[in-house]
Design a binder for this molecule. Structure first.
Ligand code: CP
Ligand code: NVA
Length: 315
């Protein structure tokens, strides 16, 4: 049971109504433009999350998610406590999720979890009386992708539904969330990946139920043809339990380089959630069509509105 009935969890984009996701983006746009003259730690007018504590726990490494959530809640008047699971009795195997969730709900107002097990998020959700935010799980990375939608619209100055979006890379957590977003925001999504690394059957069945078609190619040039936005991500994700050499070999043809992007629309942009590996060449990643730093900064702005949504304060 939630402490306050207006609260919301933020776990998977596919379970959040489109109108709420759009509301988050609209709020982020407004807040970002209103704080043009404010410095990093200055608080937004009205201090909407004054006195609120977000407890964030990382079972895997993070640079952007950790720092951007710290800034996001600070700019709303609240604060964070960041934990590594190995520092807790839970992480050492000495306490249950149920008891840990009750303790976190006692001390904090919101909980953000980056975990290696999707089930853990569901288990926490069961016992928390405060909202939980998925800060990356094996199956999704919803805060990243919602902020990527914001970045695409900010740069292209068009609703994403009017653009051709392309993903070159592994069928990982970020792509899963992008696929969910393609339904929620109605955009065309083309994916370029090797045959053995296509999106899961489960996700494809969900797309069928949603009456949504996505385009999957095993030839990266076909996926990129006519793209307005090209996304990529690491071939080997955090704690990916695969034969790394074999997987990297399978993706050899899928490197995003100058030659590949020449098949995209002339004014296309390149985005990447970071950290990067060898899936993109330096000249593309650092080239003029790349907006990866703006993309990283926007995590702060969009996560502020996600926090307001979770705390039932999104107007
Ligand atoms: N993009 C992203 O989530 O980065 P971190 O792993 O550094 O948080
Ligand atoms: N797919 C990557 C995203 C990192 C932010 C991973 O899970 O490691």
């Amino acid at each position: 049971m939630f402490r306050d009935e207006l609260m919301n969890h933020f776990i998977n984009l596919k379970d959040i109504p489109s109108k709420d996701l759009r509301k988050i983006i609209t709020d982020a746009k407004k807040r970002k433009s209103l704080r043009k003259k404010l410095s990093t730690l200055e608080v937004d007018r009205g201090e909407p999350l004054k006195g609120k504590l977000l407890i964030q726990m990382f079972e895997k490494a993070s640079s952007r998610t950790r720092i951007s959530f710290y800034l996001a809640i600070k700019q709303l008047g609240g604060g964070t406590l960041t934990l590594r699971s190995g520092e807790l009795h839970l992480g050492l195997g000495g306490e249950s999720v149920a008891d840990t969730a009750k303790i976190i709900s006692t001390y904090g107002d919101g909980f953000m979890l980056r975990t290696d097990k999707d089930k853990k998020i569901e288990d926490f959700k069961k016992y928390l009386s405060i909202p939980i935010i998925n800060g990356l799980s094996p199956s999704s990375h919803p805060t990243q992708v919602l902020s990527d939608i914001f970045t695409v619209e900010e740069i292209m100055k068009k609703p994403i539904s009017k653009l051709n979006i392309c993903w070159i890379g592994d069928s990982n957590n970020v792509l899963n969330s992008l696929i969910a977003a393609s339904v929620k925001f109605s955009f065309k999504l083309s994916i370029g990946c090797p045959k053995n690394f296509e999106p899961s059957k489960e996700l494809r069945n969900w797309l069928k139920k949603e009456n949504k078609k996505i385009y999957i190619y095993n030839d990266p040039k076909k996926a990129v043809a006519g793209a307005d936005v090209i996304f990529s991500d690491k071939v080997i994700s955090l704690n990916d339990k695969v034969n790394k050499e074999k997987k990297i070999q399978a993706f050899k043809k899928f490197k995003v380089d100058k030659k590949l992007i020449s098949f995209a629309n002339k004014n296309h942009i390149f985005l990447h959630c970071l950290p990067r590996g060898n899936e993109v060449s330096d000249d593309v990643f650092l080239g003029k069509q790349s907006h990866v730093w703006q993309q990283a900064l926007n995590r702060v702005h969009v996560q502020k509105s996600i926090l307001l949504y979770c705390f039932g304060k999104l107007r």
